[in-house]
Write a protein that binds this ligand. Structure first.
Ligand code: NAD
Ligand code: MG
Length: 471
């Protein structure tokens, strides 16, 4: 191994203010209290951010309601112009957005720069294209009204784009609550809405924690609720919304199987496994957290995988060489540690490459568990961290059985040379997305969503319009 020289991206490209208000009716307004958001890579406080009380949420919903009249009666082609403008500004300010995302979230700049931000722009471009063509999509062209949207911290800007772009294209207005550990790029997005001259109240951003989210979801004048986050909170939200006329979509957790057959190109599969579970520190709902490998190639594949993991570089998220950044919060780190320790106690073997962890900040080394049984917690529960559980199978039927033996059903990966086997597997896997000889591949034209406890409704693509129209 040779040493790389550090290649840090400059943080001077972003101008982080000491404090941020709430974005309501096109303006930043103070909240009554505030919280701190930190850089998880070094625990530096980045900014004080306002907490939206239920009164603040009410003001935001009222602003959105008022703006709905203007926005929904605007011709689709006019709404599209705003969305195209937002998409272009996102591209122009891509470097700033990527650096801010990496600072607040801890993800490597290589990912925020090359994956998150380009996909964010792509989503706005894609849904801008639908705004004047809704009549051809098959769901009618009547918007629902005010959309209340609550998102998690793992892809802060991308989840914002998945929620806001289709909502606005369909003529709805929005009150969005970002996650409490990653509010900053949503607030920069609010500035982008101002820069794009978006009519006031069409997008409102209310920051805060679970209570603020609950106030958005429960507000009587919200017509549509869209949530991405944990299955636990998803259940609470489903109960709140039950019995109202609110339309609901839920994107929840996952425990995807990445299934490797003996005829697969092993080196290619190893890259897919690494991308599947170590991308974004494994903070990915559709992460390939269970590797199902055919018994005959287990040793060969694990040798290659261990060798590959030894080359991953963990450290400063702003360094362009970094593969694995910081865990998003102390809480999430504690949960990953707890579940990993449980894995050992239950009898699985743990392995990590030699890897020095920085002293400050929240870090967890890439980790593999072998000798994992179906009944182990690490095979059943979502760890949401850089931890892979390895199980084996002998026949395709056994692979399907094991892959589907989970309360979740968000995604799966199949690695084989045989096209007919891919189709056979895809027919039987209870998962919203099945990737063949690739993993974690996203595109705005492709719908995404779950089966079972992974939630319901689809985001992305033509199917994603349905959630925001009165069908
Ligand atoms: P979380 O459910 O705790 O929080 C998600 C969001 O909900 C945050 O903004 C939070 O403030 C808010 N919230 C918390 N309690 C609430 C309540 N009672 N009412 C309304 N809002 C509330 O989850 P998290 O820890 O932030 O994110 C990790 C989880 O999200 C993982 O389980 C992961 O699988 C899931 N996730 C799913 C997808 C998907 O597309 N299916 C995508 C990303 C993350
Ligand atoms: Mg943060």
């Amino acid at each position: 191994m040779f040493e790389y020289a550090p290649a840090p991206e400059s943080r001077d490209v972003v101008d982080i203010k000491p404090s941020y208000g709430l974005f309501i009716n096109g303006e930043f307004v103070p909240g009554s209290s505030s919280f701190k958001t930190v850089n998880p890579a070094n625990e530096e406080v980045l900014a004080e951010v306002a907490v939206a009380s239920s009164d603040d949420v009410d003001r935001a919903v009222q602003a959105a309601r008022k703006a709905f009249g203007v926005w929904s009666s605007m011709p689709g082609a006019e709404r599209a112009k705003y969305l195209f403008r937002i998409a272009r500004i996102i591209q122009e300010r891509a470097r700033e957005l990527a650096v801010l995302e990496s600072l607040d979230n801890g993800k490597p700049i290589r990912e925020s720069r090359d994956v998150d931000v380009p996909l964010v722009a792509a989503h706005f471009f894609y849904y801008a294209g639908w705004a004047d063509k809704l009549a051809y999509a098959g769901f009618g062209d009547r918007p629902l009204g005010v959309a209340g949207q609550v998102i998690p911290w793992n892809f802060p800007l991308l989840m914002l784009a998945w929620k806001i772009a289709p909502a606005l294209a369909c003529g709805n207005t929005v009150v969005l609550k970002p996650a409490e550990t990653t509010p900053l790029t949503a607030l920069l997005f609010a500035e982008i809405c101002q820069q794009a001259d978006l009519p006031p109240g069409v997008v409102n951003i209310v920051t805060g924690a679970g209570e603020t989210g609950a106030a958005v979801v429960a507000h009587p004048d919200v017509n549509k609720v869209a949530f991405t986050g944990s299955t636990e909170v998803g259940r609470i939200i489903a109960r709140t919304v039950a019995g109202t006329s609110k339309k609901l979509t839920l994107e929840l957790g996952g425990k995807a199987a990445n299934i490797v057959f003996e005829d697969a190109a092993i080196d290619q599969a190893v890259e897919g496994i690494v991308n599947g579970i170590f991308f974004n520190q494994g903070h990915v709902c559709c992460a390939g957290s269970r590797l199902l490998v055919q018994e005959s190639v287990q040793d060969q594949l694990l040798d290659s995988l261990r060798r590959r993991l030894s080359t991953l570089r963990l450290g400063d998220p702003l360094d362009k060489n970094t593969d694995i950044g910081a865990i998003n919060s102390a809480d999430q780190l504690a949960r990953i540690r707890q579940l990993s320790d449980l894995g050992e106690q239950e009898g699985a073997s743990r392995w990590s490459p030699a890897c020095e962890l920085p002293e400050k900040g929240f870090w967890f080394p890439p980790t593999i568990f072998t000798g994992v049984a179906q009944s182990h917690s690490i095979a059943r529960e979502e760890i949401f961290g850089p931890v892979l559980s390895v199980l084996t199978f002998r026949t395709p039927a056994e692979a399907v059985e094991k892959a589907n033996n989970t309360p979740y059903g968000l995604s799966a990966g199949v690695w084989t040379e045989k096209g007919s086997r891919i189709l056979w597997m895809a027919d039987r896997l209870r998962a919203g997305v099945v990737w063949a000889n690739t993993f974690n591949r996203f595109d705005p034209t492709s719908p995404f969503g779950g089966y079972k406890e992974s939630g319901y409704g689809r985001e992305g693509g033509l199917a994603g319009l349905e959630a925001y129209l009165d069908v």
